[in-house]
Design a protein around this ligand. Structure first.
Ligand SMILES: NC(=O)c1ccc[n+]([C@@H]2O[C@H](COP(=O)([O-])OP(=O)(O)OC[C@H]3O[C@@H](n4cnc5c(N)ncnc54)[C@H](OP(=O)(O)O)[C@@H]3O)[C@@H](O)[C@H]2O)c1
Length: 437
């Protein structure tokens, strides 16, 4: 019996696309033997035909016409690695509506248009895979959907942006300031061209939103998600963290209260106890801890981005897609059931999201200044756990750092708003969450 042929179209030949082309070429005959198919790379769509690439491929395989490539009747699987949410959205929807299987690593696209894309996948028989969108080479999505499927997760917490983690690691371990560490991340090619996606928490939010959906069936609206980056972190915060047994990390946190029926999603810099496994995830690596009611806590860690690591995830999806096509089956049936289950879930109110906090503020060093500050905390029912230090770096000003007992997001927001208005507070106070399981 002759082997079935699977036609593949690759959209995008940048960092990840080149990784996919290279490793698919290397592993092609292994995969063909294992899967009992013949792989037919129908073509690769790019924007600029003349651009120099790190991989070699026949000239006639390259095209700028993505639509014609998708519409090729011999193409069964479309791998979207263009990025962005405009062209990629149109192409992904076109491919799904034509009954093709789509593999993508595009977290922004899923986060912004997840319901529309899933609906298109469902209408055409269900064929969407996106392992490369979160955690680079870490099989976090497969773990949630398959290996750990028996669990209900009350906590998912992770370091999901490699650039932020690299910057914080360099600041913490080598004393670099934020700007120098960011420049270095750019030199190494870690930071996105638009660095704000990394350092302002947008990329982490996209990923947190996908994890929340996979665990709970609900896309968290941006307006109900706390999104903070690392731009305002200073050496003083890192020093404080270290002195008191914490490591400063940029976290994505998804919590679920099964009794109360809510979910919360937030991405922000946080003080992580130094004996927590995530505190040890350094450099550009990612690490994600899932706490399930059956398995307990499980942490996956590894290379969170880059052409090779992400290609590994994309090729894993490719194998699943081929198995589904050749042996029958729908690769994303669970996602549609999840969407239905998530309908009754609500986002947590600010009163329900509770943690201890850390605050750093610069004060006008006048008589009675501290008493006035403490009164603001008391008025809003936030108890100070300890005043860590009050230093006088310059004549006439002082820096106060303190930590609080667990308080709600609503109450701490009121404290910060009032502090910002106070005449004795000279700059916007720096607020950090202290991560507690
Ligand atoms: N880089 C990572 O480490 C990483 C990790 C996980 C997920 N991702 C995701 O993977 C996707 C690709 O990222 P990347 O870093 O590989 O991006 P990239 O290096 O910027 O590559 C984008 C590719 O898309 C092509 N392209 C752009 N517009 C096009 C259009 N209108 N038609 C056809 N081709 C077009 C570009 O063509 P030219 O080469 O001709 O300009 C380029 O080859 C993104 O969604 C990203 O978020 C990336």
């Amino acid at each position: 019996m002759s082997k079935p042929t699977i036609g593949i179209a690759l959209l995008g030949l940048g960092t990840v696309g080149q990784g996919v082309w290279k490793h698919l070429a290397d592993k092609r005959s292994d995969l063909e033997t294992r899967l009992g198919v013949r792989l037919d790379m129908r073509g690769v769509a790019v924007r600029n035909l003349r651009r120099t690439r790190s991989v070699r491929l026949p000239k006639q395989k390259l095209t700028t016409d993505s639509v014609a490539l998708i519409d090729d009747p011999k193409v069964d699987i479309v791998i979207e690695l263009i990025g962005g949410t405009t062209v990629a959205r149109k192409l992904v929807l076109r491919a799904l509506r034509a009954g093709k299987t789509v593999i993508t690593a595009n977290k922004a696209l899923l986060c912004d248009h997840g319901p529309e894309i899933l609906a298109a996948a469902q209408a055409s028989g269900g064929k969407l895979l996106f392992e490369g969108s979160v955690g680079g080479g870490i099989p976090i999505i497969k773990s949630l959907r398959e290996g750990l499927v028996a669990n209900r997760f009350d906590l998912i917490v992770g370091i999901v942006n490699g650039t932020s983690n690299y910057i914080l690691t360099r600041m913490g371990e080598d004393g670099l300031d934020f700007e120098t560490a960011l420049k270095e991340a750019r030199t190494h090619g870690y930071a996105e061209a638009d660095a704000s996606l990394d350092v302002d928490g947008i990329d982490a939010w996209h990923k947190a939103s996908i994890l929340a959906f996979l665990a709970h069936g609900k896309w968290a609206p941006r307006a109900r998600t706390l999104v903070e980056g690392i731009r305002n972190v200073r050496s003083a915060d890192i020093d404080f963290a270290r002195k008191f047994g914490y490591t400063l990390k940029h976290l994505a946190v998804v919590r679920r209260d099964f009794k109360a029926g809510w979910m919360s999603v937030g991405v922000y810099p946080a003080l992580v106890p130094s004996d927590n496994i995530l505190a040890k995830v350094s450099g550009v690596n990612n690490g994600i801890t899932l706490r399930g009611d059956v398995v307990g806590s499980t942490t996956l860690a590894g290379r969170g981005a880059g052409g090779d690591a992400t290609a590994s995830a994309v090729l894993g999806d490719l194998v699943d897609a081929i198995l589904a096509r050749t042996r029958g089956g729908i690769v994303d049936a669970d996602l549609h059931a999840l969407t239905r289950a998530g309908k009754s879930l609500r986002m947590a109110d600010e009163d329900e999201i509770v943690s201890p906090f850390y605050l750093r503020m610069t004060l006008r060093d006048t008589h009675g200044v501290l008493a006035g500050i403490y009164r603001i905390f008391a008025q809003h029912k936030v108890s100070i756990a300890r005043v860590v230090q009050y230093e006088h770096p310059d004549k006439g000003t002082g820096t106060l750092t303190l930590s609080t007992y667990p308080a709600s997001e609503r109450n701490i927001a009121k404290v910060v708003a009032e502090l910002s208005r106070a005449k004795t507070v000279l700059e916007e106070p720096m607020l950090l969450r202290i991560f507690a399981t």
